[in-house]
Write a protein that binds this ligand. Structure first.
Ligand SMILES: [Mn+2]
Length: 398
């Protein structure tokens, strides 16, 4: 982690800037900002990236928000979602520099030689000749002067954008804004607030500070940010809900955030395909009364038969599984194309499901956590997962 930057103003003693102040300083100096979030984006990821995109655009910056994964149906109502770019090319120019101290350039052109897979660049001097020593080669820089990563505990979670453009993240100043306890502090500036319910909640403070010169919190920005808070608190029902999250939400509603529209789209509208999938999941529920949890599973075939998208299974655990009586937590095992994903939710406060996710290399919050077993099928790992959790529970209760 970088040391905090020193205050450059007339502050007498050197004062260290907070991550928030450092973020604002970097934003002031930046013209072209790239905004990114984790793969399989949720309401907080999408609300945050859209709100920041709108705000930076209002401030006259060139802000590019990139989300390569499809936006789940329930979030199609989000304002300005058409501004999100679905593909990213982190290309850099290759620059050939000709030293013209001795010889001047008269003309320049190129000749394509497709049969030989070659391209000739032809430089005609005014007189004399260029020599190899007159040429040098360089890469241009990336077109972004700041990258902001939102709601992502590490860079790997960004998916292919990170894998395919790793250089970009080391050559460009990086701001990491997040609320996940497992955050890797991968940025030049790390604004990680574990007490915030959501990344959107953190961004409200940023928007407030940036709005000193110009009003920024309009209905669309407020709606995008409130979506993040509502989704990450389960509409203020999860244990992570804080007094501050209510205050911030009230402020957003006062700014015109369309709270009813968010609730209707995120919680009250379900595609028929989602309901079919949930029915399948509920019919598979297994009770483990000794170990005080319930679990269920959903296979690749279940997704295919119901026609539901991958994200459709996530709500069933919050809205139904964890409401089972007498349990500590609920687990849903989902078989995806790339492996088996486990979602865990605490049913009562005081239960830490992130400890269970850690058994399988995952992590998260005490109330909600997840793990992923890459390249595995449900048939291969299901029994082992449940056995390990039972063992963990009996050890804990012993
Ligand atoms: Mn979040």
């Amino acid at each position: 982690m970088d040391r905090p930057m020193a205050c450059r103003g007339n502050c007498g003693a050197i004062m260290e800037l907070t991550p928030k102040q450092q973020t604002i300083e970097l934003l002031k100096g930046a013209q072209s900002v790239l905004l990114l979030t984790h793969e399989n984006p949720d309401g907080d990821a999408l609300g945050s990236i859209l709100a920041l995109q709108m705000v930076l655009t209002k401030l006259g910056k060139e802000a590019t928000a990139v989300v390569t994964d499809p936006i789940p149906g329930v979030y199609q109502f989000l304002p300005a979602k058409e501004c999100i770019k679905t593909s990213f090319s982190g290309t850099k120019d290759f620059i050939i520099t000709v030293d013209t101290t001795k010889t001047k350039v008269d003309k320049m052109g190129y000749k394509n030689l497709p049969e030989e897979n070659k391209l000739n660049i032809v430089i005609t001097p005014t007189k004399g000749a260029f020599s190899v020593e007159d040429l040098s080669f360089n890469h241009g820089s990336f077109k972004y002067d700041l990258v902001i990563v939102l709601d992502s505990p590490d860079l790997e979670r960004l998916g292919t954008i990170y894998d395919q453009n790793t250089d970009l993240f080391f050559e460009t100043p990086l701001v990491n804004i997040d609320h996940h306890p497992g955050n890797d502090y991968f940025g030049k500036v790390n604004w990680v607030d574990l007490t915030a319910t959501s990344t959107a909640e953190i961004l409200v403070a940023l928007v407030e500070s940036l709005a000193r010169e110009k009003p920024l919190l309009d209905i669309d920005v407020a709606t995008a940010l409130l979506t993040g808070i509502i989704v990450d608190t389960g509409s203020f029902q999860n244990a992570n809900t804080t007094p501050k999250s209510f205050t911030v939400a009230a402020q957003l509603v006062a700014a015109g955030a369309k709270q009813q529209e968010i609730i209707r789209h995120v919680f009250k509208t379900k595609a028929l395909s989602t309901l079919k999938l949930w029915g399948k999941i509920l019919s598979n529920v297994v009770e483990e009364p000794e170990s005080k949890f319930v679990w269920s599973k959903v296979t690749k075939e279940d997704f295919a038969i119901s026609g539901a998208e991958g994200a459709a299974s996530s709500g069933v655990i919050d809205e139904l599984l964890k409401t089972a009586p007498g349990i500590d937590f609920a687990i849903l095992l989902s078989e995806k194309m790339d492996g088996v994903h486990g979602s865990l939710r605490a049913a009562i406060s005081g239960v830490d499901v992130s400890a269970i996710a850690k058994i399988f290399g995952g992590g998260g919050h005490t109330a909600a956590a997840a793990f992923h077993l890459d390249g595995k099928t449900l048939a291969e790992v299901q029994n082992e997962i449940i056995a390990k959790i039972k063992a963990f529970q009996s050890q804990k209760n012993a």
